[in-house]
Each structure stands twice: as C-alpha cells, then as structure tokens.
Write a protein that binds this ligand. Structure first.
Ligand SMILES: NC(=O)c1ccc[n+]([C@@H]2O[C@H](COP(=O)([O-])OP(=O)(O)OC[C@H]3O[C@@H](n4cnc5c(N)ncnc54)[C@H](OP(=O)(O)O)[C@@H]3O)[C@@H](O)[C@H]2O)c1
Length: 324
C-alpha cells in the first residue's frame, strides 16, 4: 500500500480554478470505517457551494469550512482496508455510497484515489454496472428516495410532477415515482425529452416553450428541484390537498398556498447504507439507472466544475478516478 495518493484539494475559496490536483497522504480508517480505493466520484451541488465557501449563504449563518479540504461525497470503489469494528464488508468488496453527509467538518472527501467512509454509509455496488454509473447514484438517488418515500410517503398511483426532471435529483425522482405506479409529468428544457421518455415519464412539458401552470392541473405531488423566486408560479398545477416537496429553497407564497389547501414537505438528504442497498436492488432489477451527463478524469475536476456551472445538466457529472 503506497503512503501518498493523488487528490483534489481546495486551499482558498473561489471558482473552479481553486481545485488543485496534488499528492496527499492516504487517510487511515477509524474502527467503524473502511478505506475505499475510489474508482469514480460524482459531483453534487454542495461541492461547488463548499468550493466558494458557501458564498450562496448569507454571512452570519454561513458555515465555516476549514482549509484545505477535499470535496466530494459520492463514491464508488473497492474496499482496501477494513476498520477493526467493521463486519459488513471485506477487502475487495465493490461498494458505493454517500459519505458523511451532511457533515461539514470532516465531510466526504471523494475527489481522491482513496477515501475513508463509515461502513454504515455504504452498500455493495450493484452487479452489472460500472463504477462511473454507480458513483452517479448516491446523493441524488438518496435525495429522491428520502423525499418520496420517507418524507412524503408516496402512495400508489398518484400524479407526480417533477420540476427539473432531467437533473440529478429529478431523473431519479421520475424513476422512483414510477416504481410506485405514479403518473409522472416531467418538466425540463426540450433537449431532455427523449432522455425523460426513456426513463418513463408519462407526459413531458418543455418549460422553455410552455407555461407549465397553464397546461397542468390536479397534481398530487410537486417535487420541485428548481425552486427560486418563481417557485410560486407552479401553485395552480396542484389539486386542493396537494403537496409541494421543495428540494431547493423557493418562494412559494405560503399564505396563498395554504388558502389553496397545499402543504409542504421537505428534508435534508443524509447518508444511509441500508437505503443505498435498496437503490442497488432497484438498479439490479432494471428499474433504476443513472443518466451520465459527462465524465472527466480526476485531474480535470476543475473542468468538471466548469461544466456544472454551465447548467442544464442531464443526469450526473462523474470523475473517473481509476480509469473507468
Ligand atoms: N434538500 C436536499 O437534501 C437536497 C439534496 C440534493 C440537492 N438539493 C438541491 O436541489 C437542487 C437540484 O439539485 P440537482 O443535483 O438535481 O441539480 P442539477 O443536476 O443541476 O439539475 C437541475 C435541473 O434543473 C433544470 N432546470 C433549470 N431551470 C429550470 C426551470 N426553470 N424549470 C425546470 N427545470 C429547470 C436543469 O436543466 P434544463 O434547464 O435543461 O431542464 C437541470 O437538469 C440544487 O439546488 C441542490 O442544491 C437539495
């Protein structure tokens, strides 16, 4: 086992150029951890929020991240060392998961050749998919899973509108809602129509040409991954008694929503190895898959973040670490 590895580190907050590729010591796993030889790591919005020092959060409540740090909480790889208390995994097991999220100090450090993870945050990588496709799943897949099944408790046969349907969270929400027999309406820009129809949307609305609030009614659940100042514009699509699940902050005119009998259910995604195993089962059954927007070598993490900043992501952006 070598003593050093290649990793991305951030020494000062800023744009994609602050992601530097350098040699760092290989971390040692704690008693409940495993050391993972990372084969692929995935980008998520918190990675660029952290890179900028959470410039998107008002001063005063802005988290204080110690520098330098390695970003990245989604990984897929192979167990290289097991901690003394770990019983679920052995050296050589292929695993994937969302590592130490949401933990700001000492969070996931996935943009690296090796990383440690609590064993309880991982599950076995699904058979039949490579590490790039597995690394694309954890945070976005768990967010969709926890929103639909833990927070909302989606019942069979509901009508679900997913706003931002082609993005990381959205494309998993589409597929997971379909596993509950939902009628799914996907809202995205027109370039994603074929992708979303392949994933099973029953109806596609291109928000760049059609005002969604004028053509959709009687939705039971709005999963809104877009939010923002115009979040309230989608209120008319919901039936009385409908639910909005804001995945991101939005201005929903909550008093007006209450008059319309609309309620809100949301939460914060968290690491969960048992739920990762559930996602792995759905992948192995052919009922869930990641869309891959683009793949970059670990050394080009800055280019991957530049891609993310251009927006209109279809699925996930992945870093290939071990040449997969
Ligand atoms: N609460 C939590 O625990 C949690 C967890 C994960 C993520 N999040 C947050 O959720 C948000 C989404 O995350 P993500 O990873 O899914 O982002 P993402 O991969 O960037 O996806 C966003 C998608 O929205 C689409 N979009 C942009 N403007 C739109 C509009 N006006 N109407 C409809 N679609 C639009 C984009 O493509 P097109 O414009 O081309 O359609 C893109 O596909 C982020 O802000 C993230 O921070 C929260």
């Amino acid at each position: 086992m070598p003593e050093t590895m290649k990793a991305i580190r951030i020494h000062a907050f800023g744009g994609p150029e602050v992601l530097t590729y350098e040699d760092v010591p290989i971390p040692a796993p704690g008693p409940g951890d495993v050391l993972v030889r990372v084969h692929a790591a995935c980008l998520n919005p918190p990675d660029w929020y952290a890179r900028t020092g959470f410039a998107n959060i008002p001063e005063g409540i802005r988290p204080n991240l110690p520098l330098p740090f390695t970003p990245g909480s989604d990984v897929s790889g192979v167990v290289a060392v097991v901690g003394s208390e770990v019983t679920e995994f052995s050296v050589g097991d292929a695993v994937f998961g969302l590592v130490r999220f949401p933990q700001l100090d000492n969070g996931g450090k996935g943009y690296a050749e090796y990383t440690t993870s609590p064993a309880s945050h991982l599950a076995r990588k699904p058979a039949g998919i490579d590490h790039v496709n597995a690394a694309a799943v954890p945070m976005a897949g768990l967010t969709a899973y926890q929103y639909l099944f833990d927070h909302v408790g989606l019942e069979e046969g509901r009508t679900v509108l997913v706003n931002g349907a082609a993005g990381g969270v959205g494309h998993f929400a589409v597929q997971l809602a379909k596993t509950r027999g939902a009628h799914v309406i996907g809202v995205a820009s027109g370039r994603h129509e074929g992708f979303l129809r392949d994933l099973g949307v029953d109806r596609f609305v291109d928000y760049t040409t059609t005002a969604v609030e004028e053509v959709v009614r009687d939705v039971d659940l709005l999963v809104d991954t877009v939010g923002g100042p115009n979040g309230h514009r989608l209120l008319p699509v919901l039936r009385r008694g409908g639910v909005i699940s804001p995945v991101f902050y939005g201005e929903y005119h909550r008093e007006r929503a209450a008059e319309l009998g609309i309620t809100f259910v949301s939460g914060q995604v968290h690491s969960d190895g048992a739920q990762m195993a559930e996602l792995a089962r759905l992948i192995e059954e052919g009922r869930l898959r990641a869309g891959i927007d683009s793949v970059f070598p670990l050394a080009d993490a800055a280019k991957a973040h530049e891609r993310a900043e251009r927006g209109h992501i279809q699925g996930k952006i992945v870093l290939s670490v071990a040449g997969e």
